[in-house]
Design a binder for this molecule. Structure first.
Ligand code: ADP
Ligand code: MG
Length: 691
């Protein structure tokens, strides 16, 4: 139930004065369909209407003058504007009106009348003029003209000044709210009240008032972040209350580990220990394991699967593509089957009797582990005793898809795996309802990938070397970015590139792109993985986690267009083995200073987490990182980078609140419920969260 105090803000736009059936859809295009959404608009700049005399007019500036009307020049043809001569003691100006203004103008502004006009001054070949003044009022109404005016986003048919008027109208509908923040914290931060903060947002007095660092903006950002963190903390607490199978670490995993040709890194040991603590706790686990491609997440998951199997349960590992699923199957089936644990690979390709046999093995419990694609969560797939779900490249799946798989067993534990390193500062906003383990260390013995930035004009040289390397048995990825508005022209560019390389290097050049049917894409990828192709041209990051150990060269065209983290991930596809690998970043010169810095970082370090952190600093916002796609929420006031200190504080605050007042029943708790409602961040809205 929505608290009554919020009714005016959740009312339709038509409750705002001046918003009728014609304006409402226009305003909805700029804001949203509720009064609250208009209240949440923010001016993006301000205009100063400097009062001046005409002799001090400056070309191109918005200024305000008090003038007398001297003459009207009526248009002789309909194409001509209406012109009005005005003057003060220091000079002359022409006001210009296009369109059908007619005699009304002359009646409203008779010769001899005094007017205050405000608008942009232009010095033209017709002399000084002002086209369509923003304001034109009698001197006793001059205070209707703001000296500092906030400029709002607008749309066709709804100019910024009308949007501003509606925002002010919405502000007048905003009630005083019960304070949901801790008064001591507010005082320490110097934050205004919620309503004061909004009032200041809509009445900026200087540029500084528009900045993310202003006290009123930080207050609103904190409100929003707290609402979100609170929802996640509540969800986490609720999950912990759900009963889940208690699974103890067994001896089998240790035997499997001992048989591997390598030893776990410290980071892998820690991640496994985290998982085991969760599994033994009798609470439902939701743990994200973050680690670069090749950091060894899959073998960690394998040990957890062995624990579950030894305790009599089943596990399912879901990957976003068939080729990834197959690679996981190959990694897991050997070590697990030696110890008598049946592993089944289930993809969309399975048909008829083979598929039926696999389904039977899962339903009877004969198979302890299922590895597969989307095929896993289909209705016909049933498990005997599913207790652990592992989702690889978790951001490639919808929450609903993951939940369908989890629903195939009671209280199933979840491990989500991701090779996209999230900066620590953003971890809370993206995964606040999950527990996170980071694998920050790479297995030993990998040679770092030699990374070079090369200007595009030297592409022939690169192709020449590529040809040599390929002749010597090497394999290479060649990435063409999606850059233009049209996917088709990008595709054409990639096709061209593939053609040119085929011409120069030979027929072993394949092409994959986003518009190919999945099966066709998989076929090309497999050919490359099986070394039937030596060069793979790809339009985007087609297969993030794909493992082609023989590939040692990565060429990235227009590298300056990619985010650092993305470049790092692409680079991670080579350098899997002991052989020397190379990454060539082709760029269109000249490089901007930031682009230069970014490429330098990549050359200097191989630590995905450090790179993600630097990328965020250099670009100053989660948006630019393309993180929204991978689950960064769409905040109204909060800027994940500028307000990163507030994210941490809101996370702490939320945990404290939930531990003291889990049902938000205290006085502050009730105010917090209003806050959550206000921002639509309610614990019940499960589908918006990752866990
Ligand atoms: P991720 O899933 O994190 O990308 P994988 O688990 O697929 O990484 O591991 C990549 C490769 O590294 C695999 O061939 C795996 O057998 C190997 N590997 C994993 N852990 C280690 C380790 N500690 N030492 C050496 N090799 C390892
Ligand atoms: Mg992987």
């Amino acid at each position: 139930m929505r608290p009554e105090i919020l009714f005016p803000l959740f009312a339709p736009l038509s409750t705002l004065k001046g918003v009728g059936p014609r304006v409402a859809p226009l305003l909805a295009r700029v804001a949203g369909d509720k009064v609250r959404d208009v209240l949440w608009l923010r001016p993006h700049s301000i205009v100063r209407r400097t009062p001046a005399v005409l002799s001090a007019a400056i070309d191109g500036q918005v200024m305000t003058f008090e003038v007398a009307i001297q003459d009207h020049q009526r248009p002789r043809t309909s194409a001509q504007p209406w012109r009005m001569q005005v003057a003060d003691e220091t000079g002359l100006m022409t006001l210009v009106f296009f369109g059908r203004f007619g005699e009304g103008l002359a009646q409203r502004h008779p010769v001899g009348a005094r007017r205050v006009v405000s608008g942009r001054v232009e010095e033209s070949k017709f002399g000084r003029q002002m086209v369509h003044p923003d304001y034109m009022v009698a001197p006793d109404k001059a205070d209707e003209i703001p000296e500092v005016e906030a400029v709002y986003p607008a749309t066709e048919g709804l100019p910024p000044r009308r949007v501003r008027a509606f925002a002010h109208e919405a502000l007048s509908h905003a009630p005083e709210m019960p304070e949901w923040q801790d008064p001591a914290w507010l005082a320490r931060q110097g934050f205004p009240s919620w309503r004061e903060a909004l009032a200041r947002t809509h009445n900026p007095e200087a540029e500084a008032d528009l900045e993310a660092s202003s006290a009123h903006r930080r207050r609103l950002a904190y409100d929003e972040l707290l609402a979100h963190q609170l929802a996640m903390a509540q969800r986490k607490a609720a999950r912990r209350r759900e009963p889940a199978p208690r699974i103890a670490a067994g001896a089998l995993a240790g035997r499997i580990q001992a048989a591997l040709p390598f030893r776990f890194t410290g980071a892998q040991d820690r991640a496994l220990a985290d998982i085991r603590a969760d599994l033994a706790a009798g609470e439902r686990m939701s743990r994200l394991v973050q680690g670069d491609v090749g950091s060894g997440k899959t073998v960690v998951a394998m040990c957890a699967m062995a624990d579950v199997a030894e305790a009599g349960g089943q596990s399912a590992l879901m990957a976003p593509t068939e080729i990834l699923a197959r690679q996981h199957f190959e990694t897991l089936s050997g070590p697990l089957e030696i110890h008598g644990l049946g592993v089944v690979l289930l993809t969309g390709r399975d048909k008829g009797a083979v598929r039926a046999a696999k389904l039977r093995a899962l339903a009877s419990g004969a198979a302890k582990v299922a590895v597969g694609t989307h095929a896993l969560f289909q209705d016909e797939v049933a498990f005997h005793k599913l207790q652990l779900v592992i989702v690889d490249e978790q951001h490639r799946f919808g929450v609903a898809e993951r939940q369908r798989l989890q629903a195939k067993g009671p209280g199933t534990h979840l491990i989500a795996m991701s090779a996209t390193p999230i900066p620590r500062t953003l971890e809370l906003t993206m995964y606040g309802d999950l527990d996170v383990s980071r694998i920050e260390e790479k297995p030993p013995g990998r040679t770092p990938v030699a990374t070079r930035a090369v200007p595009m004009p030297r592409i022939d040289e690169i192709v020449g070397r590529l040809k040599q390397a390929v002749a010597g048995g090497a394999q290479a990825f060649w990435i063409c970015p999606l850059v233009s508005e049209s996917e088709l022209s990008d595709l054409a560019a990639a096709e061209q590139r593939a053609k040119a390389l085929r011409h120069l290097i030979g027929p072993g050049v394949g092409l994959v792109h986003g518009q190919m049917p999945a099966a066709e894409k998989d076929a090309v990828m497999s050919d490359f993985a099986d070394n039937k192709l030596s060069v793979l041209v790809a339009t985007t990051v087609v297969e993030v986690g794909v493992n082609v150990p023989n590939a040692t060269i990565m060429v990235i065209e227009q590298a300056e267009r990619f985010g650092l983290a993305q470049l790092h991930q692409l680079r991670g596809r080579v350098g899997r083995g002991r052989r020397e690998s190379a990454c060539v970043l082709l760029y269109d010169p000249p490089l901007s200073e930031t682009a230069q810095q970014r490429l330098d970082i990549l050359r200097r370090t191989d630590d995905g987490f450090a790179i993600a952190e630097r990328d965020l600093e250099l670009r100053g916002g989660g948006d630019a990182l393309g993180l929204r796609q991978s689950g960064l929420p769409d905040y109204v006031f909060a800027d994940p980078f500028a307000h990163r200190d507030l994210i941490a504080a809101a996370g702490d605050d939320a945990r404290l609140i939930v531990s003291r007042d889990p049902d938000l029943k205290s006085e502050r708790g009730q105010a917090l419920q209003v806050l959550q409602e206000l921002f639509d961040w309610k614990a019940g809205l499960a589908l918006r969260d990752a866990g």
